[in-house]
Structure formats: structure tokens, C-alpha cells
Write a protein that binds this ligand. Structure first.
Ligand code: FMN
Length: 182
């Protein structure tokens, strides 16, 4: 059993991946984690589209200005969708599923990065969610939250520095205005 504390200290956003593919077992474990995510009222509003095809990964990597290029080099992109009519808190539910998949990936020794799609735009100013929807035949009623890019790590990143934790964000008993820095 992994030390959870160590896992969350070690997890960093990985944006460079090797060419190695994920095994079916790794993919299954990651998707199992997603399906085990807690969701409000157990409504489970999420849907996930798994993309491994190189050409489609290239296209997805253009889904937003700047910080989505990394998708082109990942082994698996998981596009996280939800129907807002199924749950009014679909953003929370899909965010939880996204991070749980990232933690499961880390536990498998894989790297991952969250790419934000909701409220973002392509270089040509098309809403990123529209762009992704069209590429992947996603029905209109589905919103796109994120794309979780996963693969074998091709970069080393230092674990989080525990000395830099923002303990001032923790308020004991009542909100302490003197602790406010932003
Ligand atoms: C909601 C959310 C959206 C993010 N969007 C992007 C993104 O679009 N592209 C990207 O490269 N990283 C993205 N990230 C990764 C963050 O930049 C990263 O988590 C943050 O810098 C902290 O670094 P760490 O993950 O290594 O701890 C996102 C993370 C979160 C939680």
C-alpha cells in the first residue's frame, strides 16, 4: 500500500512524456478510480472519452491558447464531460473525478497533467469546449470540464517543498483577517 502522504507530496504536473503506451490494466485502474469518485446525490453526471490516437491527440492539443500543447505527447488523454442537467454541481463532481484519476496515475508511477477546457478559448477564440465537442462527436448537452493527460514521465520534478506550505490559509475557529495575504 502506498503512503498517501508521500504520494501527494510527490505528485507534480508532468508535461513531458515518453512514447511508451499505457497497459490495459493501467487504463482500467485509472478509469476504475474515476468511477469510484464521490458525486453529489450519487448522480454520477460524468462521462469520459479516452483518446490514444496520435492524430486526435495532436488535434486536442490545440484546444486552448498556450497550455494544452502537452496533450500531443501524452499516451492517453481522458476528456472529462458531464451533463449539467444530471447534476447542478457537475463542476465539483467532474473536478473530483479528474483529481482522483491524477492521484491513481501517480500511484501507478505515471505522470499526469490537468488541462482546463471549461471557460477557455482556442487561438482562434473558439470556446475550447465547442472545439473538443466537435472533434469527438460529444452531444450538445455535455459540458467539457478538463482533459487529463497521462503518460510515462519524461521529466523529473522535485516533490513539493513542505517548508513552502501556506499555513496562513488555515484559520482556527474563526476567520482571522490578519492572515489574509491575497
Ligand atoms: C483546475 C486546474 C486547471 C489547470 N489547467 C492547466 C492547463 O490548462 N495546462 C497546464 O499545463 N496545467 C494546468 N494545470 C496544472 C497546474 O498548473 C498545476 O497543478 C500547478 O501549477 C501546481 O503544480 P503541480 O501540479 O506540479 O503541483 C491545472 C490545474 C488545475 C487544478
Amino acid at each position: 500500500m502506498t503512503d498517501f502522504q508521500q504520494l501527494i507530496i510527490n505528485r507534480r504536473s508532468i508535461r513531458k512524456f515518453t512514447e511508451e503506451k499505457l497497459t490495459p490494466d493501467q487504463v482500467e485502474k485509472i478509469m476504475k478510480a474515476a468511477l469510484l469518485s464521490p458525486a453529489s446525490k450519487s448522480a454520477n453526471p460524468w462521462q469520459f472519452v479516452l483518446v490514444e490516437d496520435k492524430e486526435m491527440l495532436e488535434k486536442l492539443s490545440l484546444c486552448k491558447k498556450g497550455s494544452s500543447k502537452l496533450i500531443a505527447g501524452c499516451a492517453l488523454a481522458i476528456v472529462v464531460l458531464a451533463n449539467p442537467l444530471t447534476s447542478d454541481v457537475w463542476i465539483e463532481d467532474t473536478s473530483i473525478a479528474s483529481i482522483i484519476m491524477q492521484l491513481q496515475a501517480e500511484d501507478l508511477g505515471l505522470g499526469s497533467c490537468w488541462v482546463q477546457v471549461r471557460e477557455r478559448f482556442t487561438e482562434g477564440d473558439t470556446p475550447s469546449d465547442e472545439y473538443v465537442r466537435e472533434l469527438l462527436d460529444v452531444p450538445m448537452q455535455m459540458q467539457v470540464l478538463s482533459i487529463i493527460a497521462i503518460g510515462h514521465k519524461a521529466q523529473e520534478k522535485a516533490p513539493h517543498d513542505e517548508d513552502k506550505l501556506q499555513w496562513e490559509k488555515i484559520h482556527i475557529g474563526k476567520f482571522n483577517i490578519d492572515q489574509l495575504t491575497d
